[in-house]
Design a protein around this ligand. Structure first.
Ligand code: SF4
Length: 375
């Protein structure tokens, strides 16, 4: 168990070391070349749960399609979901649009600058509001994400679970102290595209966590805070932050039916409100551990088991679930009725629909596999 902080480094010396480091070493990311709060907001939402290199093309396509809040507010939801396809956690895309509509209605299409107004928008929590307020408007609003938590718990050798209230409060207070200090002291020269020292300070904490103070084997020798860091001094960096063991994963298996009728494929829309609500997928059914996919699909769909051709199974994970999709393809006669309110679309037509990521991988197999023999 790491020991508690003994002598904490003063905020001023931390800020003075972080700002020049960030000015020299920051990654040139497209959303760092703008101060447009809308563009920064979109990047922050996309970056939740998703890596930078994945987000870049999505962010560029999104800004191309919806260059401002008005364009996003007016867009059809199907287009919004399609542009989000593959990023997962689709409530993020829906909330972006809901919030864009609020900005249009309540703020005359101008993204609000006031912290409380930003925080009041759907899908924006304290972290995202702080990121927008500081990065776009250089306000001394603190931020606390996984990277910042890691840096701060190590710097100050703070034991305990960061999800617990007392440590959360302590971390927010430290983050606030740092950004307030950045607002007060004379800043070093910063690139012109940064809104100011509060913007740079918050981003420097995130950048340090992403590039240097990594979860495993932090590069302390390259860290601008190395001689001020308590965990480094104690040789305990990797013990922070203390995290609870993850819940055990649960294995689930589904059979997915890729049904073809007159060169059209059957897909259905997932119900609103649930996981991946509103996205499209091939009809599927959960299997019990001992179930055979072909016989189960045969009973479910009334198709003889020998009509199915197996495609490559697809594995993916959602929260604690490890999911394996057993994929069976079959041609069905014209009189066959689509199961579960499914619709028939051509393979090219599927490109225009927002499919779940796992089912998009299934669709990707179809072009390179010969169609099944006609029923
Ligand atoms: S010295 Fe090491 S542990 Fe401390 S903040 Fe820097 S990278 Fe992280």
């Amino acid at each position: 168990m790491p020991s508690a902080a003994s002598k904490s480094p003063p905020a001023r010396s931390l800020v003075a070391a972080l700002l020049p480091w960030f000015a020299a070493k920051h990654r040139d990311l497209p959303w760092r070349r703008t101060r447009d709060p809308y563009a920064i907001w979109v990047s922050e939402i996309m970056l939740q749960q998703t890596q930078v290199k994945t987000v870049i093309p999505y962010w560029e396509r999104w800004l191309g399609a919806f260059p401002d809040v008005t364009a996003l507010a007016q867009a059809p939801e199907a287009k919004v979901l399609k542009l989000w396809e593959g990023l997962g956690y689709y409530s993020r895309a829906r909330n972006l649009q809901k919030a864009a509509r609020q900005v249009v209605e309540l703020h005359g299409s101008r993204f609000p600058e006031n912290f409380a107004d930003i925080l009041a928008l759907p899908g924006i929590g304290r972290y995202t509001a702080g990121a927008i307020a500081s990065i776009a408007f250089n306000q001394p609003a603190p931020i606390l994400d996984g990277n910042v938590i890691r840096v701060l718990t190590r710097l100050f050798a703070l034991g305990g679970d960061p999800k617990e209230k007392a440590l959360q409060h302590r971390l927010w207070t430290l983050a606030e102290e740092l950004v307030n200090t950045a607002a007060r002291i004379p800043p070093p020269p910063l690139p012109a595209h940064f809104a100011g020292p509060c913007s740079a300070l918050n981003q420097s904490l995130m950048e340090l966590g992403a590039l240097v103070c990594t979860p495993r084997r932090p590069a302390c020798s390259a860290c601008p805070l190395a001689n001020r860091c308590l965990a480094k001094r104690q040789g305990t960096a990797e013990q922070f932050p203390e995290t609870k063991a993850r819940p055990e994963t649960v294995a689930r298996r589904f059979v997915v039916a890729v049904l073809e009728r007159d060169s059209r494929l059957c897909v259905r829309r997932r119900p609103e409100g649930g996981v991946n609500g509103g996205l499209w997928e091939f009809p599927n059914l959960e299997l019990a551990p001992a179930d055979d996919p072909s016989s189960t699909a045969s009973r479910w769909l009334g198709i003889p088991p020998d009509r199915f051709v197996a495609l490559r199974p697809v594995s993916h994970a959602i929260t604690k679930f490890r999911i394996r999709l057993e994929v069976l393809r079959a041609a069905v006669p014209r009189r066959f009725t689509a199961p579960d309110g499914g619709e028939w679309h051509s393979l090219e037509g599927l490109d225009r629909l927002a499919l779940t990521a796992a089912h998009r991988r299934i669709a990707g197999q179809l072009a390179s596999n010969p169609p099944p023999p006609a029923a």
